[in-house]
Design a protein. Sequence first.
Length: 335
Amino acid sequence: MSETPLVRAVGLTRYFDVSPPLLNRVLERKPKMFVKAVEEVDFNIYQGETFALVGESGCGKTTVARMLVGLERPTDGIIEFDGHNIGSLKTRAQLRPYRRRMQMIFQDPFASLNPRWRVMDIVAEPMRAYGTTRGRRRVREEVFRLLRQVGLSEYDSYAYPHEFSGGQRQRIAIARALSTRPEFVVCDEPTSALDVSVQAQILNLMKRLQQEMGLSYLLITHDLAVVHHLATHVGVMYLGRLCEMAASKSVFSNPRHPYTKLLLETLPDISMDRRERAPMAGEVPNPMNPPPGCVFHPRCPLAADVCTREIPRQVMVDNATIACHAVAAGWDEKK
């Protein structure tokens, strides 16, 4: 693994303007309204590793992914790819050299493929767009090779997406993502729309392709079983902020942040030791009006007065990056 990160995010922030029209605001005398989707997120992704972002729905995971591949522009912060700041690039021409090297696998295989195109055209489109493979014969041979690589047949290239199952469609989407020979692939809940047995097949395929091609993954998911199987490092997000970041084994064996512990309480217990489980209390606050201080304090069993006033800073504890007043002060171990 290289000492220099392939992807680096520093202070990554994204606000969405959800204000009513100007005339309504003037007549009703209301200020602008913003959804604070992502705030001050920092992480590194190294060559050949899988970094997973986990958390409840609406915590900002997908927004981070879309910013990394250029589908959303950050409100603030830095996005570096291979040492180059791509977050400030504005035009397609500027982003083009980097977009070829990063691709995205979307959540829904039924919506991410053009139903009017044959598989041949779907997989070949990025090659033609970026000029990675030229010539009709060579493009066709490359499509055949990619389909075989993801477990499909070259005869499948003449069919339409509706003729395939969900798992087969996701394999087509993976082949399309690999057609530009990327180094970094964003996987936005790639198995959530699939049956459990098919999920295992897709995850094993992704793991094999990573080993063969040296790919780096950003895995967006809420399924901790998927994280345990695929991720090398994990970032736990809550209401747009990273609350814990550590190696995958450390997160599962020794979680430190109260939110991470509550997430792991939701995993099925196959040992059936009938231990007491603490249910996840409360609901996620409104991102347009988040609570002051630590955004998790209304649901936190360790919340104190300081949690309601100050946003916790990230500190290193047991080789993990934690943003929690209780962990930083050490009183989490006393309760």
